[in-house]
Design a protein around this ligand. Structure first.
Ligand SMILES: Cc1cc2nc3c(=O)[nH]c(=O)nc-3n(C[C@H](O)[C@H](O)[C@H](O)COP(=O)(O)OP(=O)(O)OC[C@H]3O[C@@H](n4cnc5c(N)ncnc54)[C@H](O)[C@@H]3O)c2cc1C
Ligand code: SF4
Ligand code: SF4
Ligand code: SF4
Length: 424
């Protein structure tokens, strides 16, 4: 192998980096730094310092993706909503993450939690240590952009006796698991709260919203989903430096997300965060849901069960079924599509996946002999073409795409109405 194939240059070259920061946290000579490139932050190696140990690639969830390293038991599921009103109002869903973190830190069950603070997207997003007594309100809500977990993983590896709560999307959790495995460490002192995750966008969504209109003042904070803007599931709230704010329909985000998502997400098979102790998402099951929002909770491990039992008094709780959650998250369709993308990727890699590749761990899902067809290739190509528009900030073309799409839908509706009228 040449020097590139043994380190995370391989991930970035293949467009599989999710900016999780785990490589930088494990590098023994601290020679990885992050640089803004196009619309995302990517790791860059200082080759004068690099000792070619390959550790960064071994832990990287862009490639070393351990989908099967998962559950201890059949998942038990609930729909939950935090009893604390203020906390619920500021949460993305039912406030499960924040209410649990608050309780576990306050009672000294865990020493620290790593959470995203604030809503400022001018710099690289990262999780930071939060301890008991710190206001958790400004950590709440989902950031649909890549978040670096470098500090969290570095802290966990350097402080084996500290009890830490780790919150992250599936790929970040896989990165943490890889780093622990590499260090020969168990998960005993770590509680992993895994967020369901359909996709993460690059910073192009932020740039797009900044340019959507001529705002009177620079953006101070962006809330992708805020219940103050129309209740759950929440619309966009932008706050400006002159103290004003606007609310925009969630559709402004939904319309552009296929142009702004991270490439890696096209291959991701772990929407429900299968390697977490507790997986959390929005409750879309239409059972025990609420205008204020509630969370779907999947308990996956014994330590997850213990933490949940310790905190459950903080919530209104009702039993839920795993299959209902999976259905409400359109899991089957998602897995099928992603699997087909993985096949195309594997074929294009000429067998490299045998060693590391994204699909190598996914064999239980589909037959090894399954081959990508022309339709699969064309679909992935179309998806990648759209991502390039986002990368190149071709916002005019993206808006034009939507104008045409909307016009087509309106025309379709009109034709149906005319047809029905004619019939009656
Ligand atoms: C990128 C992304 C995609 C998601 N996709 C789905 C989906 O398809 N379906 C679904 O049901 N749910 C999805 N979720 C999860 C959902 O939006 C809520 O985050 C989850 O239900 C927790 O809500 P809560 O009310 O319990 O947490 P809150 O009380 O609102 O707290 C959220 C916590 O998550 C942390 N956080 C926010 N964003 C990130 C991030 N990117 N990385 C690490 N930590 C973060 C915050 O610091 C905070 O501590 C997604 C979340 C993210 C971040
Ligand atoms: S470890 Fe994370 S940040 Fe580093 S290359 Fe892999 S995906 Fe990117
Ligand atoms: S190969 Fe080793 S030394 Fe070089 S960047 Fe990766 S982890 Fe650091
Ligand atoms: S969809 Fe998968 S790869 Fe993309 S951010 Fe979410 S967990 Fe990571």
């Amino acid at each position: 192998m040449d020097k590139k194939t043994q380190n995370i240059d391989r991930t970035t070259e293949d467009g599989l980096c999710t900016s999780c920061g785990v490589c930088a946290a494990v590098c023994p000579v601290s020679c990885i730094r992050f640089e803004r490139q196009e619309e995302t932050y990517l790791p860059v190696i200082d080759y004068d310092k690099c000792i070619r140990c390959g550790k960064c690639l071994r832990v990287c969830p862009g490639y070393s993706y351990t989908y099967s390293a998962v559950t201890e038991r059949k998942p038990v599921c609930f729909s939950v909503q935090a009893k604390e009103k203020k906390l619920l109002k500021h949460a993305s869903s039912g406030g499960l993450v924040t209410a649990m973190v608050q309780k576990l830190l306050r009672d000294g069950q865990y020493h620290t939690a790593f959470l995203v603070r604030d809503y400022d997207y001018e710099n690289q997003l990262e999780t930071q240590s939060v301890r008991d007594g710190e206001i958790l309100q400004r950590t709440q809500q989902s950031r649909y952009l890549p978040v670096s977990q470098e500090k969290a993983v570095r802290f966990i590896l350097g402080n084996p006796d500290e009890k830490v709560i780790f919150v992250g999307t599936g790929c970040a959790v896989h990165g943490l698991c890889n780093a622990l495995k590499e260090a020969g460490r168990s998960r005993e002192n770590i509680l992993v709260l895994g967020l369901f995750c359909d996709q993460t966008m690059t910073y192009s969504i932020y740039e797009y919203l900044k340019r959507l209109k001529r705002w009177n003042s620079p953006v101070k904070a962006l809330h992708f989903r805020d219940k103050r803007a129309g209740g759950w599931p929440g619309n966009i709230r932008m706050e400006f430096q002159n103290g004003t704010h606007v609310h925009l329909p969630a559709n402004e985000r939904m319309m552009v997300k296929e142009f702004c998502r991270q490439k890696r997400c096209l291959y991701c098979m772990d929407k429900l965060n299968a390697a977490a102790d507790l997986s959390v998402g929005d409750n879309y099951t239409k059972k025990d849901d609420s205008a204020e929002g509630s969370s779907s909770l999947i308990i996956r491990t014994a330590s997850g069960q213990r933490a949940w039992e310790y905190c459950q008094e903080e919530f209104f709780v009702s039993q839920a079924q795993y299959l209902d959650i999976a259905d409400s998250q359109h899991l089957e369709k998602k897995l099928e599509n992603q699997w087909r993308n993985n096949l195309v990727f594997a074929q294009a890699q000429n067998g490299r996946q045998v060693e590391y590749g994204v699909p190598c761990d996914l064999l239980p899902y589909g037959a090894a002999a399954d081959k990508a067809g022309n339709r699969d290739k064309a679909r992935l190509k179309k998806q990648l073409r759209k991502l390039r528009l986002g990368e190149n900030r071709s916002y005019g073309r993206i808006r034009w795409y939507h104008t045409v799409k909307r016009a087509r839908m309106d025309l379709g509706r009109l034709l149906i109405v005319l047809h029905l009228r004619k019939k009656s």
